[in-house]
Design a protein around this ligand. Structure first.
Ligand code: C2E
Ligand code: CA
Ligand code: CA
Length: 526
């Protein structure tokens, strides 16, 4: 059954929406925190790489200093200078060995003294720095070799790889730091690798040394941003969860309230608690009752009689207004049909209609059913359209109003002059009556500007050939003013308050004939 399906969908939505609403602040907050964490990691990666570069620059200054001191000795016999080479190793804390070269051949070393080995300049990045994966003395053990040349002379000093790895580890234990020299690089584990430095999942940075031919890479593996968020922002996490839970709970209660209001209205509809009250509408001249506006009341089992402005907005919001109005029209038919003989022909019956009722053609059937209960021509049914929820013109509304007019149903714009679409209603829906809002009537004799508007509305209705009804008439002065301006119908406490059927029938029977009514014809009651 489609009704069942849409109810289930509604229930599912009511369950789902609070979770979604609760998730929004959490997701937005997490996204902001994640962005913040990424920025933090980026800053950490950059600062560690900069620190490592400046530390290694200082270490290499020490190593390069040895080469600089020895370079002038290159070319001299090894036995004469061997001691100087060893002295550099001893005096300089980071130097592991020193060597002298002549015409690109090592001929003297601090370790072996006389020694012969060709130097391949291409091994050195920028001719000066070589990251080696060990040599014949310590194979597999990393070494950073510094070379300084001047013409045929050359000096080479080496730095033990352990200094590199411990610096990389100590400067930033939690950051993946890699030192690159040309095509070789070394990580914190101390292994020399060939080829390009692999990329990082997060916050990759590269800082070049300004003094030596190396660069430092830093960055983080995947998941580090979440890890940082968990460790650094636990209070924010708690706050987000609190906000999410609050938003979700508030939404849940709001929906529950709305659905319980709907359920309460539905219960009242099933229990037939909505009843019609009738307020007389009097005609110009003799002020005899020319009809009535049907006004809904809720006969609540505990609260008593409830005014429509307390429940109609919820009924409109929930869509229940349509079945409620339909039921009201049925009741009006049931109650008034037996009295049809006491009405004059063309007795006006005003029914308030909302936009939701104009979305399909069912309103035609409802009007037809109501009219069918009376002899032809006995009742003139008038639908009063308000702007509370505006009616959007469409093919359906065109067909609807065409069929309603064909049935002899009249259209009135309710509360005319208070909304913004009053005038566009006139153009779009071929209305027959304007109902002047009671706020303008109340200003008769009080406010000149409102009175001006009232006069203009009356004039406008005359020019457009529309009938006019003034509501909220409470005093004889208001009645007489409106009469002077030729207003067709009047409605208000002066002539009668909204009343239940029995009172309406009695008062209708007791009406004076022909004469002007100076005082209310029924006792005032709500
Ligand atoms: P409305 O359609 O403008 O109805 C006129 C309202 O003015 C009624 O209030 C009526 O009791 C009140 N009224 C009439 N004469 C006087 C007067 O001389 N002085 C003052 N101060 N008030 C007067 P009520 O019955 O409380 O209805 C309020 C609103 O609720 C109606 O305004 C209408 O918009 C809505 N309503 C009532 N029944 C229905 C219904 O069956 N369907 C829909 N959709 N709305 C309804
Ligand atoms: Ca009305
Ligand atoms: Ca009104």
């Amino acid at each position: 059954m489609p009704l069942q399906k849409s109810r289930n969908r509604g229930r599912l939505l009511r369950r789902l929406v609070p979770w979604l609403v609760g998730a929004v602040p959490v997701i937005c907050g997490l996204a902001i925190m994640h962005w913040q964490a990424q920025r933090e990691l980026q800053a950490r990666a950059l600062s560690s790489a900069q620190q490592a570069v400046s530390h290694l620059d200082r270490v290499l200054d020490n190593v390069a200093g040895a080469a600089r001191d020895l370079l002038p000795l290159a070319g001299q016999p090894c036995e004469q200078i061997n001691l100087a080479l060893r002295e550099q190793v001893t005096r300089r804390s980071f130097v592991r060995s020193t060597n002298l070269t002549f015409r690109d051949e090592i001929y003297c070393t601090s370790l072996f003294g006389d020694f012969r080995e060709k130097v391949n300049a291409a091994d050195y990045t920028d001719g000066s720095l070589w990251l080696m994966n060990g040599n014949s003395v310590s194979p597999g053990h990393p070494l950073l070799v510094y070379r300084l040349t001047e013409g045929e002379k050359g000096a080479i000093s080496t730095l033990d790889g352990d200094h590199l790895t411990s610096a990389l580890r100590l400067i930033a234990p939690s950051i993946d730091l890699r030192l690159q020299v040309g095509e070789h690089w070394i990580d914190q584990r101390g292994k020399v690798n060939d080829g390009p430095v692999p990329g990082y999942a997060l916050a990759a940075e590269q800082v070049h040394s300004q003094h030596y031919a190396f660069s430092l890479h830093s960055g983080f593996g995947p998941g580090q941003a979440w890890k940082l968020m968990r460790s650094e922002y636990p209070a924010l996490f708690g706050l987000l969860l609190f906000l999410g839970a609050s938003a979700g709970t508030a939404c849940y209660w709001q929906l529950r309230r709305a659905s319980s209001q709907r359920a309460e209205l539905q219960r009242a509809l099933d229990a037939d608690e909505f009843v019609p009250y009738f307020q007389p509408v009097v005609r110009q001249g003799d002020y005899r009752w020319a009809g009535a506006e049907v006004l809904m009341r809720w006969q609540h089992p505990r609260e008593g009689l409830v005014r429509p402005d307390l429940f109609i907005p919820y009924a409109e919001h929930s869509g229940l207004i349509v079945p409620m109005t339909r039921r009201l029209m049925e009741k009006v038919g049931e109650q008034l049909a037996p009295l049809a003989d006491t009405f004059e022909d063309g007795f006006h019956l005003g029914i308030n209609i909302t936009a939701a009722h104009c979305q399909d053609l069912s309103l035609c059937d409802d009007c037809q059913a109501l009219l069918a209960r009376f002899p032809p021509g006995r009742v003139k049914l008038t639908l009063e359209l308000t702007e509370r929820t505006p009616i959007i013109p469409s093919d359906t509304t065109d067909r609807l109003f065409e069929r309603l007019h064909a049935l002899g149903v009249l259209l009135a714009v309710d509360d005319f002059g208070t909304g913004q679409s009053s005038l566009s209603y006139l153009r779009q829906f071929e209305v027959d009556y304007l109902k002047i809002d009671q706020s303008f009537v109340a200003m008769i004799g009080v406010d000149a500007l409102s009175l001006h508007i009232l006069d203009s509305i009356i004039e406008l209705s005359g020019k457009l050939g529309l009938g006019i009804v003034a509501e909220g008439v409470e005093t004889a002065a208001q009645r007489d003013y409106l009469a002077r301006y030729g207003v067709d119908f009047q409605q208000g406490y002066l002539f009668g308050r909204p009343m239940p059927l029995s009172d309406f029938v009695n008062a209708l029977a007791e009406q004076p004939t022909g004469a002007t009514v100076a005082e209310p014809v029924v006792p005032l009651r709500s």
